[in-house]
Design a protein around this ligand. Structure first.
Ligand SMILES: NC(=O)c1ccc[n+]([C@@H]2O[C@H](COP(=O)([O-])OP(=O)(O)OC[C@H]3O[C@@H](n4cnc5c(N)ncnc54)[C@H](OP(=O)(O)O)[C@@H]3O)[C@@H](O)[C@H]2O)c1
Length: 342
């Protein structure tokens, strides 16, 4: 029998979540049954989609129940196994949740080779955010050399990969990020041609800056945020521009919805500029994971693709790190170090 700490959803947030929406509990896990294994969490991934899981109601995935363990992708070590595919000592990535230990039946779990890259990259640049960037850019946007792309949340887990893959493909890359430090990093470390600070201006001001940074107009807008960034982008879109609609984090907590660009304005832009807006959810594309790794893992290994991480120590600090990330407090992939890395 293993005692574990876990963080559960204590209550559903109204608007911006608070620490009170989470509760740390200690429970005793049963021994792994036939086909199951016990996993010790090493790394816990914090992702914006978790905000959606805190809400009741239908979405593309079921909500976390009140009292239920918060969902998360994690990297852990198999401690005991009665599953024929996994052995004690294996390093695995899977949906183990906000907990020190978890019992898993192996569904959605894959082995990680620690010799390929640091194991936590399987939650970031070589994991779900990485393939989101790769699919959004290549399959959804059909990016081509010579085009101009604007990338929102440009230094984040997804955006940082989008910008670098687009640059490597020969696009002009314009990032939009929160704050001068992130913008400097975007240009100097991630290779963006320009980066604009959405927190230092309003939609009209950002539109003027984008017009300068993208003199040929925008062919692709990688949309992860909505809000001011979308306002700045809209007037600069070229005819037949594509918008892979990946996220809208500026509105996840309900803030700014009253002042958002009205639907008739957006609809008119889609019509008159013949835009192609395509929402996508990464799990529809997980069958392409092998192709993604074949292309991107060597770029990470030889330093062509850079990444940055914000690491918080201790499971108990996960709620604070999550709340900070929703407001832009992270710089690159948001991770919690839950236990030692062997
Ligand atoms: N469709 C899918 O399957 C899929 C998969 C993964 C992620 N996503 C979406 O992709 C987006 C990025 O996810 P991520 O994991 O890479 O997170 P991230 O970019 O590493 O972190 C979130 C970032 O959002 C930005 N942000 C927060 N509030 C904002 C606002 N009001 N206006 C503009 N930017 C704001 C902040 O960046 P700044 O400080 O630069 O503003 C913050 O750092 C999210 O919308 C997420 O839901 C979608």
């Amino acid at each position: 029998m293993t005692e574990t700490r876990q963080i559960v959803l204590a209550s559903r947030p109204e608007g911006t979540p608070t620490p009170e929406n989470f509760r740390l509990e200690t429970v005793t896990l049963a021994e792994p049954g036939e086909g199951e294994m016990l996993v010790r969490t090493i790394w816990l991934s914090l992702d914006p989609y978790m905000r959606g899981r805190m809400n009741a109601g239908k979405s593309y995935a079921a909500p976390v129940e009140v009292g239920g363990v918060m969902e998360a992708g994690c990297v852990g070590e198999v401690i005991a196994s009665r599953n024929t595919w996994f052995a004690s000592g294996d390093i695995v990535q899977g949906p183990f949740g906000w907990a020190d230990h978890a019992i898993s039946d192996g569904v959605g779990v894959r082995k990680i080779d620690p010799n390929v890259a640091p194991i936590q990259t399987s939650l970031g640049v070589l994991g779900m955010p990485g393939i989101t960037a790769w699919v959004g850019l290549n399959t959804i946007a059909e990016a081509k050399a010579g085009e101009t792309i604007v990338v929102s949340a440009a230094t984040g887990a997804v955006g940082g990969v989008v910008g670098q893959l687009a640059k490597a493909k020969g696009l002009r890359t314009v990032g939009v990020a929160g704050g001068q430090e992130k913008c400097t990093f975007a240009v100097q470390e991630l290779g963006y041609d320009a980066c604009l600070d959405h927190r230092a201006t309003d939609g009209a001001g950002l539109a003027a800056q984008i017009a300068e940074a993208a003199p040929q107009g925008i062919d692709i807008y990688f949309e992860s945020v909505g809000g001011t960034t979308l306002e700045g982008v809209l007037p600069n879109l070229n005819d037949h521009a594509r918008i892979p609609l990946c996220g809208m984090i500026a509105w996840y907590n309900g803030k700014g919805i009253d002042t958002a660009p009205p639907l008739p304005l957006i609809w008119r832009n889609i019509l008159t500029r013949r835009l192609r807006v395509q929402g996508f959810i990464v799990f529809d594309h997980f069958h392409r994971f092998g192709d993604f790794l074949t292309e991107v893992a060597p770029m990470v290994a030889d330093g062509r693709l850079r990444y940055r991480e914000t690491v918080t120590e201790g499971l108990e600090n996960a709620p604070g790190a999550f709340l900070a990330m929703l407001e832009g407090g992270n710089f690159g992939k948001t991770l919690v170090k839950v236990g030692p890395d062997p």
